[in-house]
Design a protein around this ligand. Sequence first.
Ligand code: 4LM
Length: 390
Amino acid sequence: MTHLRTRAVHAGQHPDPGTGAIATPISQTTAFGYGTLEHGAAIFAGEAPGYRYSRFANPTVAALEAKMADLEGAQAAVAFSSGTAATSSVLLGLLNPGDEIAFLGPLYGGTEGLFRAVGERFGIRVVDATQQGLAASLTPATRMVWVETLTNPSLRLHDLAEVAAIAKARGVLTVADNTFCTPCLVRPLAYGIDLAMHSMTKYLGGHGDATGGIVAGSVALIAPVRKTGLGHVGGNLSPQEAFLFLRGIKTLPLRMAAHCEGAAAVAHFLAGHPAVRVVHYPGLASHPQHALARRLLQGGFGGMVAFELVRNERSAAAAVLNRLQLFTQAVSLGDVDSLACHPASTTHSFVTAAVRAQNGVTEGLIRLSVGIEHPDDLMADLEHALRHAV
Ligand code: 4LM
């Protein structure tokens, strides 16, 4: 199984030995009978394999973890009830008071909010390395670097090999939030990044009907994240949700191709519209990191497009967003349905106005998650919404 399309269908899944069922059964159970006291004690001591309680591990969730470990080229993965639970479990599992986490922004507002609201409260110093650069921002206390493979919402990239090399030279762990790209476009571990993290809520599920997160990496790093995030914090994914992600991932490469095709069409359309000041899309030659995007992203530039109106005001953004008919106004992304949002008042309302300004999250910025509808219909919807915005 060398091709991602094949692995997306088959990895982690085996016909059920009891029944031959091809789809992974939903193991809807809290506990697993272990027969004898001795066997139970051996499972709890880690001396015998076996399931005991679904907060620690569950067969449906384990199949999903195996599939995602395979797609990210990792030894292991651990799933959580949301992307945010995955992020907090990485922090709580791998950092200690006095450690520093450095990030290259922008980040999803909720992630930066979590770093600051929880990390800082528990003695972890948060360093925004975006302006100064990573090498100049690392200190002897830096323990972790966090980046997004395509940033939310401004769709910037980081040279992952360079990030990994700078961090590794200083013994610092690296985490890449790969939510916007998915393993279809980039596999961070191939560039030396230690952990790939996802909000599965987005492209991996793909249908806007399940919330989950996952982290993939070496057994040595995944073990403490699992122990803390599941055993102690209890952020486990439910088996019903795991089933939906297993099903969604089977079509991920096909959906991603359609998202990329639609977003490219929409981005080019917007770039030629007189009401639009700038379009953020890594596939446009005008994107400041287009060359890096061509090198890093395989098979497309993603399904997200952000654009700023000439009239860079909230009222102008509202006038456009409120006229959209096919795009649904909502946060989240990666669904087969197209979604549109105003980051400054939603996804990035958790961070300060100064952080928004630094990251180009202006009042006239609109973010589109381009679904798999026909691009002509999406462009017609945008054309209609933008008609009065000039
Ligand atoms: C949104 N995003 O942008 P959960 N990492 C990235 C994200 O975009 C998100 C999360 C993690 C949005 C949600 C409202 C790059 C979320 C957090 O929502 O906890 O699964 O993922 O619209």
